[in-house]
Design a protein around this ligand. Structure first.
Ligand code: FE2
Length: 248
């Protein structure tokens, strides 16, 4: 169990130092750190009780990254190489929201994913599926004034992962968000609706709450879909509060 330190107690432990209220972490929706069905968690979950440190300015202020670091092709994963990648072109868009549905502008979102064949471009990836010379599977975007992000990419493939016999990950896109503050850093996965592998996936099902699991699944959107060009998926990400998106 994590030690929960009240604001008053934090002040008492660090006399004379500025201590600010902690951000709320939604309870009951995130997966346990050690989950039997996801075998490798037993090797890397913390063995000691967590120590919650009092929040000071560093924790409650945001990373000032600046949008000048992001180039036009960072959010279009189909335009980063000399030619177009193989696979189904998709648009993935949505808003980043804070408690109460307030949009979070100017936050950095980074994504990574497999190519259409289910293969990551990574030195430790040896799954016998082809690499695509026109696809790296890495993207970046910064949310606009309305908290909206938009990526153009290729539908990722399922891949085997050796967790158990005939284990295949459902197609997914990994997301990392910085939020308004360092303590809001969120790493999660976005899934696709109707994927037959979802009920079989220990990572997806390590999230105990069924509604929270569904918040990781994007919504197919025919209005966002562009004729003759790309399928559209909508996925909002909620950083905290009762409707928070599940963190890894
Ligand atoms: Fe993955």
């Amino acid at each position: 169990m994590a030690e929960i330190v009240s604001l008053a107690e934090a002040v008492e432990r660090a006399p004379g130092r500025l201590v600010l209220p902690s951000y709320e972490r939604p309870a009951g929706v995130h997966p346990p750190l050690d989950f039997a069905g996801y075998r490798s968690t037993t090797l890397r979950h913390p063995k000691q009780p967590l120590v919650l440190l009092p929040h000071r300015l560093t924790e409650v202020t945001g990373p000032l990254l600046g949008d000048q670091l992001i180039t036009g092709t960072d959010s279009d994963l189909t335009m980063q190489r000399g030619g177009e990648p193989q696979g189904q072109r998709i648009i993935v868009t949505g808003r980043v929201l804070d408690t109460g549905g307030r949009p979070v502008p100017d936050t950095l979102i980074e994504i990574w994913q497999t190519n259409a064949a289910g293969r990551y471009r990574h030195s430790r990836e040896h799954h016998p599926a082809p690499l695509d010379p026109n696809f790296d599977g890495i993207g970046r975007a910064i949310t606009d004034a309305g908290g909206r992000y938009r990526f153009i990419t290729i539908a990722p493939g399922a891949y085997p992962w050796g967790n158990h016999r005939n284990a295949w990950r459902p197609a997914h896109i990994h997301f990392s968000l910085f939020g308004r503050a360092f303590t809001q850093r969120l790493v999660t996965q976005m899934y696709f609706p109707g994927d037959p592998l979802l009920p079989l996936d220990p990572i997806f099902n390590s999230v105990p709450d069924s509604e929270a699991r569904q918040r990781m699944v994007a919504r197919f959107d025919i209005e966002l879909t562009q004729p003759e060009w790309a399928l559209g998926y909508n996925w909002d990400i909620v950083l905290r509060g009762r409707g928070a998106t599940v963190f890894e």
